[in-house]
Design a protein around this ligand. Structure first.
Ligand SMILES: C[S@@+](CC[C@H](N)C(=O)[O-])C[C@H]1O[C@@H](n2cnc3c(N)ncnc32)[C@H](O)[C@@H]1O
Length: 266
């Protein structure tokens, strides 16, 4: 009875917020990326791929908040076997800039893959010290890498992880994912309010990413949650709190760098 009443109260609160058009960060609950995109409010830009969106949260993303430390730990630990990283959803190179004081990036080729507007902004903002930073707006154009990093990409990615990874030239030995937003229950897509834009934002079923990594032939060797980022969709609080997760996965049967052969197919 108490659970039922709580659910009903959350439902009523959410619908009231939706009807009152409250200025909330997360609005709506849709079954697909396309359905969410179709509900962007008139007058708002839709999605990430716009010049006006490239500065949103840029300063924050160039810092190293607590939730970046597992990634930093693994990049440092794997550094002897990393010559090249593909940073999918790497924005203008925000994590390259943030991690520079902690990693010897002069010996790591760091390729950001992002949407065209971000790649354009990234090129325009390259600094003289960003010697090993480059950009592609098609992941197929990135050379084979030792690590695929996708930090903060998964909520915004409009294709399955399996498809993204299969578009790489070769399977990287390690995949590092951070800020993967998950929930207990089916995947839900909401709209994140960026002020001038609304961006489809996927809260994935918790089983989805581990299943994708297994399909791709990877073993998950580390995982964590980021409790401080958990949130509810303000217009649909009855759907529960999301859980932010990170994963490190290693390609099964891959030999260490310098070994004779590496599994070249998914
Ligand atoms: C929240 S930012 C993450 C920035 C940074 N990696 C971090 O961890 O702070 C998400 C990034 O994903 C990019 N993105 C969204 N959809 C994408 C897609 N289909 N392919 C590549 N990048 C995408 C956005 O343009 C944006 O730069």
């Amino acid at each position: 009875m108490r659970t039922y009443l709580k659910h009903a109260a959350l439902l009523a609160l959410g619908r009231f917020r939706a009807l009152s058009r409250a200025n909330v960060r997360f609005r709506g609950a849709f079954s697909s990326f396309e359905e969410a995109a179709a509900h962007v409010r008139p007058g708002m830009l839709a999605g990430y791929d716009h010049d006006a969106v490239t500065d949103v949260s840029k300063e924050l993303m160039q810092q190293v908040p607590l939730w970046d430390y597992p990634i930093l730990y693994w990049l440092e630990r794997l550094a002897p076997e990393i010559a090249r990283i593909v940073d999918a959803g790497g924005h203008i190179g925000v994590k390259y800039r943030a991690f520079r004081p902690y990693l010897d990036l002069d010996r790591i080729d760091w390729i950001v893959y992002d949407l065209p507007a971000l790649v354009k902004a990234g090129h325009a903002q390259v600094r003289p010290q960003d010697r090993t930073l480059s950009f592609v707006d098609r992941i197929e154009d990135a050379p084979a890498a030792d690590v695929l990093l996708a930090s903060g990409l998964m909520p915004y990615l409009d294709e399955p992880l399996v498809d993204l990874v299969r578009r790489l030239r070769a399977p990287p030995r390690h995949i590092l994912l951070n800020k993967v937003v998950t929930r207990d229950g089916p995947t839900v897509v909401t709209l994140e309010n960026f002020g001038m834009a609304e961006v489809p934002y996927q809260i994935r079923s918790a089983a989805e990413v581990p299943a994708a990594l297994a399909t791709l032939g990877y073993d998950v060797i580390d995982t964590w949650t980021i409790d401080s980022l958990a949130h509810r969709i303000q217009t649909h609080p009855e759907l529960g709190r999301s859980t932010y997760r990170g994963y490190v996965a290693r390609l099964r049967n891959a030999l260490p760098r310098g070994g004779e052969e590496m599994s070249g197919e998914f």
